[in-house]
Design a protein around this ligand. Structure first.
Ligand code: DAH
Length: 334
């Protein structure tokens, strides 16, 4: 009886084929309804009872061997047919790649320009307190200049607000670091404004500040000249007197954009000049509020809006396009 099993086992072991028809008949011969395994099971009743256990084990052993053989052969057929039909030299499916948002690209360019001349990056929180956003910047409570920046306050606590400008980061940095210091702070800011094609409740700024001994307005002018040359390739500038509570004197900077194209006429309102940033000499009160000796140190600061710069560089007519995340718009900046 055992001899019979050994014959089957060696037959199964020897069997090999790449042909799926042959493999299927092998399966039917052994595992089919009238196949070897079923025959062996039918013989079970004739087996003497002291051999029944061993007989049962042998059938199972054989059955497992056959099933394994069958699966292996089938897999072999599948793999060899695959290697014929699949062409790995064919081009793959196209995957479209994303791109940086234009505001991020402009931000990176500006950071790059200033880091070349020693400005370090420093960032601060978007949820601020009154001290860092206003009071320390020489804007005491009830000062009318607070109206320049319509603010989102946290209802339960009027001391907490969404920062209205990145100048708040100046204060945080000045409080923690002794001069000389030279930083730029990019970030998102919030104002409670009616949304239109030119303004939005959320936008982005970059703030810069340099404090050291003997820093003068001439240094500020030189730095802005370096920036406008690097950013726009333009160096004709105009400093208009202005007012910011945290700088004295204060100025707004215009660059001469030109009047060559129709767009130039439109964006400069026919003057050729464009306002690009606010700046000034850091008010001594701000330095004192941050425990810096304002007799010994002076500094300059400046702040600019990223959307405005991006609109100029890419000729984008409406600020809302930056916030809609329309892929047809974004795809143009790859
Ligand atoms: N914080 C000003 C604003 O949001 C921008 C600004 C103007 C920043 C002059 C400065 C500065 O540092 O000196 O309108």
């Amino acid at each position: 009886m055992i001899k019979k099993f050994e014959d089957y086992i060696s037959r199964v072991k020897k069997f090999s084929s790449q042909d799926s028809k042959e493999i299927e008949s092998f399966k039917i011969e052994f595992l089919g309804r009238k196949g070897v395994i079923n025959d062996l099971f039918s013989d079970f009743k004739n087996v003497p009872s002291d051999q029944k256990k061993e007989y049962g084990q042998k059938i199972n052993e054989l059955k497992n061997l056959i099933s394994k053989k069958y699966e292996d052969l089938k897999l072999g057929v599948k793999q060899s047919s695959k290697s014929i039909t699949e062409d790995y030299t064919k081009p793959g499916f196209p995957i479209s790649s994303g791109s940086l948002h234009p505001i991020t690209t402009i931000k990176n360019r500006i950071i790059n320009i200033f880091s070349k001349v020693g400005f370090e990056l420093s960032e601060g929180p978007e949820i601020e307190d009154d001290w860092h956003n206003f009071t320390a910047l020489n804007l005491p409570k009830d000062h009318p200049a607070r109206d320049m920046q319509d603010t989102f306050f946290i209802q339960q606590n009027p001391d907490i607000l969404l920062r209205t400008h990145t100048s708040s980061v100046q204060v945080r940095y000045l409080e923690d670091n002794p001069p000389p210091l030279k930083i730029i702070s990019p970030g998102r800011v919030y104002r409670n404004e009616a949304i239109s094609s030119r303004s939005h409740c959320i936008f982005h700024q970059i703030e810069g500040i340099y404090v050291d001994e003997k820093v003068s307005f001439a240094d500020l002018k030189q730095m802005i000249l370096y920036f406008t040359k690097s950013m726009f390739g333009k160096s004709k500038l105009r400093f208009r007197p202005s007012f910011f509570p945290f700088t004295e004197p204060s100025a707004e900077v215009d660059i001469y954009w030109g009047l060559e194209t129709e767009t130039d006429h439109r964006i400069t309102k026919g003057t050729g000049w464009l306002e690009i940033m606010g700046c000034g000499m850091v008010d001594p009160n701000v330095l004192q509020n941050c425990n810096i000796d304002s007799e010994k140190y002076t500094g300059y600061a400046f702040g600019l809006g990223l959307e405005r710069i991006a609109m100029l560089i890419y000729q984008i007519p409406d600020i809302r396009l930056f916030f809609e995340n329309d892929v047809r718009f974004l795809n143009q900046f790859k």
